[in-house]
Design a protein around this ligand. Structure first.
Ligand SMILES: Nc1ncnc2c1ncn2[C@@H]1O[C@H](COP(=O)(O)OP(=O)(O)OP(=O)(O)O)[C@@H](O)[C@H]1O
Length: 546
């Protein structure tokens, strides 16, 4: 019954805002087209406002779940036309608070104590109310000021219902509209479902907050509030109250004499530190979640809250990202293409020349602008769009990163329009690459991987045998297929490379095995230096430019 009610509500809003206009009638199969032509919305006059505004207002009317969806969609400029993306950015989730006694009941049920025992003071009127939760100010018995975040009652049911309906529409679009497939609606809705369901668990947010706080302990770049774990539950989160100027309040920041250039640069630095040093980044960096501690305006410090959504990257993702960004800024599109193929992001049979040309076509216009106006986020977005045409699978963690990067860049340029992202990020990236191949980084990697290598040692002869066998096959293939000589020689090259890698890996393995014997931490004086030298030599050969 609830489902039918909600469906009617949605149809009603579609009618009023004439969102049927978004359906490509001519492309629909006949029965659906007839259904559309007979549908009730045609009786309603079209409101005299642009389509983007109609869509935005409709989403606002449909409630917080749709609003949040619209907000997330607004960052997907790779999927949406510009007018819609810009309008969706204006979506606001101003949601009326739910009753305070309900909030109190949830807190008491979750923490199994009366509010009067938990807090010296609890403000019953919420200081903020958003789609998923509302926030109350309180004071602990020890006098510390805190905020208490409480999940909206019944929100999970509403979310599941709305997502089910969204999925229904997404499937219709994907199945019946050829062009709609390009928008990947089912994938977008599922992605959203993941995000929003995760946000319902405040214990997860608390854990992310603690991890980020640990990563930036004592940092002058950013401060993360403390979580009170003993007062935290999946539906209730108690954390330190912070005071700062909202990042969007540029005027107040200027009035406080904040060093805006430094602030903007620090935003970029924080992002790259999170991505490359920690591989753990806050992925919900919208202005409502970022504040600035202006107590020392010459040395401004960020404060971040709402760590419900975070992204992580594997070492391979990190390396892919760093090498692509560096190659992009050197305008070395061939390298970008080769990186995609060699890492398996796009199929091995992709023609490097064609892929390189496609990347050049989308990237070259970006360099038309002055270097300070170049957007990393836009580059990644264009790159993903292009790579998708060459069958690259969507990598959710990289899409999340690209969206966060766009947010960071937008914020940075709002603070300091002349922010030169490249000169801020380049030393960071180059340093990171250097460190990875410098002896301490190598030793760390060897120690980390040694147990896996040792475990795989018995299989090494088989792997080598297979490699040689493949080579023999390649030779035969070469004779039989004169026409595909070009692609074959590429494969041959790859295989030769593989063979060399196996030998080198063996070399490294032997050294690493020597070092990994015994699980006492290695001291500099106790290192088996001949093995270390061998390992370094092996890795140098492995990593030197091919
Ligand atoms: N530690 C804190 N100290 C001070 N104010 C806070 C703190 N945490 C949250 N707030 C206030 O509460 C508001 C909502 O908090 P938060 O962003 O965590 O909620 P949310 O439900 O996840 O909202 P959304 O997802 O829409 O950003 C913040 O914009 C801020 O004004």
């Amino acid at each position: 019954m609830r489902r039918i009610n909600r469906l009617f509500q949605i149809v009603w809003v579609i009618c009023r805002y004439r969102l049927d206009e978004f359906a490509p009638l001519t492309l629909l199969p006949l029965p659906l087209r007839l259904l559309f032509l007979l549908a009730p919305w045609r009786l309603f006059p079209k409101p005299q406002i642009p389509r983007g505004e109609r869509l935005r207002r409709a989403l606002e009317e449909l409630g917080p779940i749709f609003v949040k969806f619209g907000q997330i969609l607004s960052t997907r400029k790779d999927l949406l036309p510009e007018d819609l993306a810009d309008e969706l950015k204006r979506l606001q989730d101003k949601v009326p608070p739910f009753a305070s006694d309900m909030a109190v009941r949830i807190i008491e049920e979750s923490l199994k104590s009366p509010v009067s025992e938990l807090f010296a003071d609890f403000q019953t009127y919420p200081m903020a109310s958003a789609s998923i939760a509302q926030v109350h100010a309180a004071t602990l018995k020890n006098g510390k000021e805190v905020v208490v975040k409480v999940i909206r009652p019944g929100i999970e049911k509403t979310i599941r219902l709305d997502i089910a309906l969204m999925l229904l529409v997404a499937r219709l679009v994907e199945n019946y509209w050829e062009d709609g497939k390009r928008l990947h609606p089912v994938e977008v809705v599922k992605d959203y479902e993941h995000t929003i369901i995760d946000e319902l668990d405040l214990q997860r947010e608390a854990a992310n907050t603690s991890q980020l706080k640990r990563n930036f302990a004592g940092s002058e770049l950013i401060y993360i509030p403390e979580v009170y774990w003993e007062m935290t539950h999946s539906r209730v989160l108690v954390m330190e109250r912070i005071y700062g100027v909202p990042i969007a309040d540029v005027e107040q920041l200027r009035k406080a004499n904040v060093n805006m250039k430094l602030l903007a640069e620090r935003g970029v630095e924080i992002f790259f530190t999170q991505v490359f040093r920690d591989s753990f980044f806050h992925a919900d960096m919208h202005p409502g979640n970022i504040f600035v501690d202006v107590s020392n305006p010459a040395n401004p410090r960020y404060i971040a809250i709402d760590c419900g959504i975070v992204g992580t990257l594997t070492p391979e993702d990190q390396s892919y990202l760093a090498r692509n960004l560096l190659a992009f800024f050197r305008r070395d599109y061939r390298q970008v293409a080769v990186l995609h193929i060699s890492s398996g992001w796009v199929p091995g049979h992709t023609r490097v020349n064609e892929f390189e040309a496609a990347i050049r076509t989308v990237c070259e216009p970006i360099f038309e602008r002055p270097l300070k106006d170049i957007s990393f986020g836009q580059f990644l977005m264009r790159l993903f769009q292009t790579a998708r045409r060459f069958d690259m699978e969507v990598q959710p963690q990289l899409v999340l990163l690209q969206k966060t990067l766009l947010n960071i860049e937008g914020l940075g340029r709002q603070l300091y329009p002349d922010l030169d992202l490249w000169s801020t990020a380049q030393p960071f990236l180059e340093n990171w690459m250097k460190q990875r191949i410098a002896p301490p980084g190598l030793l760390k990697a060897i120690k980390q991987h040694a147990p896996d290598w040792i475990e795989q040692t018995p299989e090494l002869p088989q792997i080598l045998y297979e490699a040689f066998d493949q080579l023999r096959h390649l030779d035969r293939y070469n004779q039989a297929n004169q026409d595909s000589l070009a692609s074959l020689s590429r494969a041959f090259e790859k295989d030769k490379q593989q063979r060399r890698d196996f030998w080198l890996a063996g070399l490294v393995l032997a050294s690493a095995a020597a070092m990994a014997i015994g699980d006492q931490p290695l001291r500099l004086t106790e290192l088996p230096w001949p093995s270390v030298m061998l390992a370094v030599a092996g890795l140098y050969l492995l990593m030197r430019p091919k």
